[in-house]
Design a protein. Structure first.
Length: 172
């Protein structure tokens, strides 16, 4: 079963639009692009960082708001405006002395396909495009931007015995 592989995961790699957001982009009168994030995803990401997991965010989008939100959660590796996700992921894994066998990649659309094929575990939200669902090892029942990241992080942490204890609440 796929969840057995969750035991070896050391790095979780996330796309933004369609994974951390619902894929909708609101544009205000000033031309600024706005996205919404699910608070439960934020809690899970914060907890994973505190538990020692490497969270990597790689997106083609260039929103400074995304950068601000995610670095505010303690995620050190947030990369926006990335044209070649595989090249960057190769560099990041080398930097942290990890391999693709240590990674879980959550993506929803064609720009994520190559990274998903290389990762040990490829995950897609319920509303991912057909090409991505076809290569996913696990398809979450949750849509992008609606808590899919919480679903995945919680599963990884639970399987590794790190999801919840009475002491973590004080440190967050």
């Amino acid at each position: 079963m796929i969840f057995e592989k969750f035991k070896q995961i050391k790095a979780i790699v996330l796309d933004v639009d369609g994974v951390l957001t619902d894929g909708k982009i609101l544009v205000n009168e000033a031309g600024e692009q706005l996205r919404s994030f699910h608070v439960k995803d934020g809690y899970a990401m914060q907890l994973a960082v505190k538990r020692g997991f490497l969270l990597l965010v790689i997106t083609g989008g260039k929103s400074q708001g995304v950068l601000h939100r995610l670095t505010g959660l303690g995620i050190q590796e947030v990369h926006i405006g990335v044209a070649n996700k595989v090249a960057l992921l190769d560099q990041l894994l080398q930097k942290y002395q990890l391999s693709y066998q240590d990674t879980l990649f959550v993506g929803d659309d064609c720009p994520d396909k190559q990274c998903m094929e290389l990762a040990e575990i490829a995950v897609a939200p319920a509303d991912a495009v057909a090409e991505i669902k076809a290569i996913a090892d696990y398809i979450s029942p949750i849509n992008g931007g609606q808590g899919v990241v919480r679903d995945i992080i919680e599963k990884v942490l639970r399987i590794q015995g790190q999801w919840f204890d009475d002491t973590h609440i004080k440190s967050i």
